[in-house]
Design a protein around this ligand. Structure first.
Ligand code: CTP
Length: 405
């Protein structure tokens, strides 16, 4: 695919280098178009070497090739990172005073802005109006991350990590469409990752969940405008998604407590976590040793079912406004295939939607792609085509939207 990476003049311009790298390494043809001020931060030669293509900022280079029209027309995706306040203001008002803004006017493909600026600038009504205008024009403007800014400042306005911009950009290519802002004003709780049930201070019972699917759910929900709390069990060192509050837990019990607390008043709870059904009945205070008193079995106690508890709470009149989504990782067996088990699980759990993944043979766990089915309590069944975990998350949120009260 042909991807244009537009670079605004902010200190985060250096992170655009990693982004360009990710696109070229995944086989895309990348054109970097910096603004003149971006070149104060990163040299033209760096972008030329990383992209393998010439780099210009103005419309008067290679005039016979009409690049200010051609590059935009031919692009499959334009990503602006970092999108500074000034660059978004120029883009929102349709200026075409350099090659990047001219390209934005001629592009008819998905356009993604990854903003980076100081918190005051991000929260200024002028910037808010520009972001709203860009979204109204059909562009996707990411929520910035919170954290350390240039100097001593912290707050929202940090450029999302290149990995996250890459994930969102790939999602737009897969969707061939902007991300809707349908979750604006909604509060969504997502659980992710596997729980760990301790046996002694060094050992635990765990599972193979990587947390990637739950993180993708949280990330995409936040980028669709939701205020998201992500309750994260064990994950494989995943970066926290931009603009998401992350609560770390270890055991099923801790996860249950955190989910219950944050679900109050939530519009949706999405249980993507792999919660252990059982925990060791006794946790040894000291490391279990081989020798005279070594155990030869582990006694287990059943953990409560968090998802079933949420559904029960709703039946009891609490969480009346909350849509509830469950996940099921299934294999077929002598009692039935994946879908037969999943239909039974949906009926048993009583949630509104059940996302079903077939597991085994290297599918679903730890990998970056996923597929499956989406079963609705109303009997609807939809297959979720193979794609990134962000795409699957996006399809689930497409189905969740109409269920929100
Ligand atoms: N779940 C939960 N609490 C548990 C176990 C599971 O909330 N103690 C949730 C998971 O987050 C998931 C859904 O229930 O959304 C299905 O998980 P799964 O382990 O497939 O369900 P189980 O009821 O444990 O079914 P099985 O008998 O197949 O193990």
């Amino acid at each position: 695919m042909r991807i244009v990476v537009g670079v605004g003049g902010g200190i985060a311009a250096y992170k655009a280098c990693s982004l360009v790298r990710k696109f070229t390494e995944t086989g895309h043809d990348v054109r970097v178009i910096p603004t003149e001020s971006a070149l104060q931060f990163v040299g033209k030669a760096t972008f030329e070497a990383l992209s393998g293509n010439p780099v210009n900022t103005g419309v008067f280079a290679d005039v016979p090739e009409v690049p200010h029209v051609r590059i935009g027309q031919e692009a499959d995706l334009v990503v602006i990172a970092p999108a500074t306040a000034d660059l978004m203001a120029r883009a929102a008002s349709g200026r075409a005073d350099d090659l990047l803004t001219a390209t934005l006017l001629t592009a008819r493909c998905p356009v993604l802005f990854a903003p980076a600026m100081h918190t005051e600038m991000w929260e200024h009504p002028a910037t808010k109006a520009n972001v709203a205008a860009l979204r109204a024009h059909g562009s996707t403007v990411m929520e910035p991350a919170s954290g350390r800014l240039t100097g001593a400042d912290t707050g929202p306005g940090r450029l999302p990590e290149p990995e996250e911009i890459f994930t969102l950009a790939s999602l737009l290519l897969e969707r061939a469409d902007a991300l809707p802002r349908d979750l604006e004003g909604r509060r969504v709780v997502v659980s992710a990752g596997g729980t760990r049930e301790p046996l002694d201070p060094v050992r635990f019972l765990g599972n193979r969940s990587s947390g990637k699917q739950g993180y993708a759910m949280a990330r995409v929900a936040a980028q669709r405008g939701a205020q998201v709390v992500l309750i994260a069990g064990n994950t494989i060192g995943l970066e926290p998604p931009a603009s998401v509050e992350v609560v770390h837990v270890t055991t099923a019990e801790q996860m249950g407590t955190a989910v219950d607390k944050h679900s109050v008043g939530a519009d949706a709870v999405i249980m993507a976590a792999a919660v252990a059904d059982f925990r060791p009945s006794n946790v040894a205070a000291a490391k279990i040793k081989k020798g005279a008193n070594e155990p030869n079995s582990i006694e287990l106690t059943k953990n409560r079912d968090i998802l079933a508890g949420l559904v029960q709470a709703r039946r009891d009149g609490q969480l009346a406004e909350t849509a509830i989504v469950g996940f099921a990782a299934e294999t077929g067996d002598e009692h039935g295939d994946v879908l037969t088990h999943a239909r039974a699980k949906l009926a048993r759990k009583g949630c509104d939607l059940l996302v079903v993944n077939a597991v085994g043979d290297g599918k679903a766990f730890e990998v970056d792609n996923n597929d499956g089915w989406l079963l609705g309590a109303d009997g609807t069944e939809q297959s979720l085509d193979h794609g990134s975990k962000a795409l699957l998350a996006s399809r689930v949120l497409d189905a969740l939207g109409p269920l929100l009260r």
